[in-house]
Design a protein around this ligand. Sequence first.
Ligand code: TRP
Length: 344
Amino acid sequence: MTDQAPAPYAGPERVLSGVQPTGDLHLGNYLGALVKFARLQHEIPTFIFVADLHAITAWQDPAKLKNQVREIAAAYLATGLDPKVATIFAQSAVPEHAELAWVFNCVARLGWLDRMTQFKDKAGKHKERESVGLYTYPVLQAADILAYKATKVPVGDDQKQHLELTRDIAQKFNNDFSAPNFFPLPEPLTQGPGARVMSLRDGTAKMSKSDPSDNSRINLTDDADAIAQKVRKARTDPDPLPETAEGLEGRAEARNLVAIYAALAGVTEAQVLAEYAGQGFGAFKPKLADLAVSVMGPIGGEMRRLLADPAEIDRILTDGGQRARALAAPTVAEVKKLVGYWAG
Ligand code: TRP
């Protein structure tokens, strides 16, 4: 026999991603994820869900969780995901995620999970007090992705390690159960203008929903006044904007505002600097505020409209859940056979 590389995965390309229904979505989520979802749906079959199973790795008020899910769904719709084009659903509507996660819990190694930096960051010094679910969170994430044999996963930089784990799990499953190429080895899609939107209060920290300062981020639900005020209050430096991007070196806050402007306007940072070089933030911030209000304002308005009567959102999630399940169920049924379950 000749030494041949195994045949590559031959299944169709699919995009899948999800957002947890914990905390308000902000400009960083919008530019880093939601805009990409809306664009990708026209290129590749796209599955976007609300991760309510992941949410309960930290306690959530049961009286609020359903509405938190609706808020994320409203954000998906308001930022351009089209339920006729993409499949939009709640994770809890597809029990196959949890079923596959159990199998993957038995494929993944403790050593692999021990390396996950997000768990270490979230658990801090007292990991013995965290839920077991928080520890196996990335295994559930692998199940989310592989239940649909997704090949492309648009996520922030912080999720790269979870995607590496997903590939390791896929490969070990394929080997352990003698099913070459059963699961694809999915790739993260992390590039793009919104890949690193930083806090408005600290240009070296990522914009985050867990930052205690609300002024550090522009929330999707902020109204025009709040958006404009946060831009006005954003930390900057006293120097004028430089001619070229090199001039932003060492000026984290200035660079962040230029990057945000570029991403919102759909132009390059060089184009922004060509227009504003030599001007100070007193002149630049009002322009950025106007731009942010014109892009983000309508999104918040549409979210409020959708949430005022959640019947439409619920209908979309119910329909999306059925379509998602129809795709995931046969894959998980095959997994059960491969594993040799009595009920497989
Ligand atoms: N862990 C992701 C985050 O915090 C959310 C998520 C859960 C996810 N399951 C996923 C993202 C599957 C992509 C694919 O952002």
